[in-house]
Design a protein around this ligand. Structure first.
Ligand SMILES: Cc1ncc(COP(=O)(O)O)c(C=O)c1O
Length: 396
């Protein structure tokens, strides 16, 4: 049976990680995979996570299954963090949540739910977007289409083209939006733009599906959730897939959550029963550890305060690096305008290089980024910023 299988090319990001690891050059710079790195180039375990983990382990008396919908304390703590504790949709009991294996698992759970509720719906994803959005959202059988998002010439959102495209969509279609820290462009919707999008969603009867993989890494925990809170307050239905990989540094623990906002508690009950069936058929039960850590942090004032502080340190490092990258490239490659990098947020920006230039950076300079010239800003620091900027200048 398996002789018929073709060998697939490596995933663009995972393949790049493997080539980077195999490169023996001491100067090599990894700007590929999207993980936060500190000034020493490490992805540390947060202090709040270490403390929460110790408390969870000390208390644990059993390893029996949690439940298909996951850890209830985690799910409700995430609802408060994502929507804000006093949001009207929580008071009206219009939100249900299911823990997912990572933000990716949550995205898939949402796609499965859409397919059951509305198999003819098309899911519209920004162009460009995180590469894994395509399989996660369409391998369920849903049709996938793209809407224009980014103007590479300006290094900013092409908001006019985006709105024009959304205005053409049929009722019942699904539009995926990034809550903040858009991957791969770093170009985020402003509060005014979220407000302008709202009547389009209302008028056209579109379902927003908001991916929040970086809450707190853009402007702040509340600011990064602005669009979610606005849409939840104003629209009858909304899906949110949130990840705790980046903002809690829990990547390998695989912790995320799918929230669905519906217009009546009875619908919420039905949707949750469907989600439980979906989870049961995909992996049965989610992993426990990461969700238990997040629940511990969010449920304990001192731990939460310490995590908020660590998150601010990560965010400040990225924003500071953005300004340093612009200054350094301005100094070393003065004919080229990279000022857009400092206007964006989150870990990623697109440098706007050709595939040939990206390949040259990799093969001649040992500087690794994905073929679309996406860089993980957090991979830079005092130790490699000069070298990075000189290498970019040489391929320009
Ligand atoms: C935009 C976006 N969504 C979702 C995810 C999912 O992350 P995870 O499955 O590791 O929680 C990522 C990870 O890179 C991402 O960039």
């Amino acid at each position: 049976m398996f002789e018929r299988l073709d060998t697939l090319p490596a995933d663009p990001i995972l393949g790049l990680m493997a080539i980077y690891r195999a490169d023996p050059d001491a100067k090599k710079v990894d700007l590929g995979v999207g993980v936060f790195k500190d000034a020493r180039g490490e992805t540390p375990v947060l202090a709040a996570v270490r403390k929460a983990e110790a408390a969870v382990l000390a208390r644990q008396t059993s390893k029996t299954y949690v439940a298909p919908a996951g850890n209830a304390a985690f799910n409700s703590a995430m609802e408060r963090q994502v929507f804000g504790a006093n949001h009207a949709v929580l008071a009206a009991d219009r939100v249900r949540s299911i823990q997912g294996p990572g933000g990716s698992g949550a995205l898939r759970l949402g796609s499965e739910l859409i397919r059951i509720a509305s198999p003819q719906a098309t899911v519209h994803v920004s162009l460009p977007s995180w590469a894994n959005h395509v399989p996660l959202l369409s391998n369920t059988g849903l049709k996938l289409a793209r809407y224009p998002y980014y103007d590479a010439g300006k290094g900013a959102i092409d908001f006019g083209a985006m709105c024009k495209a959304l205005e053409q969509l049929p009722a019942g279609d699904v539009v995926v939006l990034h809550a903040s820290c858009h991957n791969p462009t770093g170009a985020d919707l402003s509060q005014a733009q979220w407000q302008e999008l709202l009547p389009i969603f209302r008028r056209r009867g579109l379902l927003p599906y908001i991916d929040m993989a970086y809450q707190g890494l853009g402007t702040g925990l509340d600011e990064d959730a602005y669009g979610i809170r606005l849409f939840a307050a104003e629209l009858p239905e909304l899906l949110v897939a949130a990840s705790c990989s980046k903002n809690f540094g829990l990547y390998r623990e695989r912790v995320g959550v799918l929230h669905f906002v519906v217009d009546k508690p009875a619908v919420a009950l039905a949707a949750l029963s469907q989600e439980v069936r979906i989870a049961r058929s995909l992996y049965s039960m989610p992993p426990d550890h990461g969700a238990a850590i997040v629940a511990e942090i969010l449920g304990n004032d001192a731990l939460r305060a310490s995590w908020v502080q660590e998150l601010a340190t990560m965010r400040d490092r990225i924003n500071g690096l953005r300004r340093q990258v612009v200054a350094k490239l301005g100094e070393i490659a003065p004919g080229h305008d990279f000022s857009f990098i400092a206007k964006q947020q989150g870990m990623f920006s697109l440098l706007g290089l050709t595939v040939a230039q990206v390949t040259q950076l990799r093969t001649e300079h040992h500087v690794y980024m994905t073929d679309d010239s996406r860089i993980n800003i957090a991979g830079l620091g005092e130790h490699n910023l000069d070298y990075f900027a000189q290498s970019v200048a040489q391929v320009l």
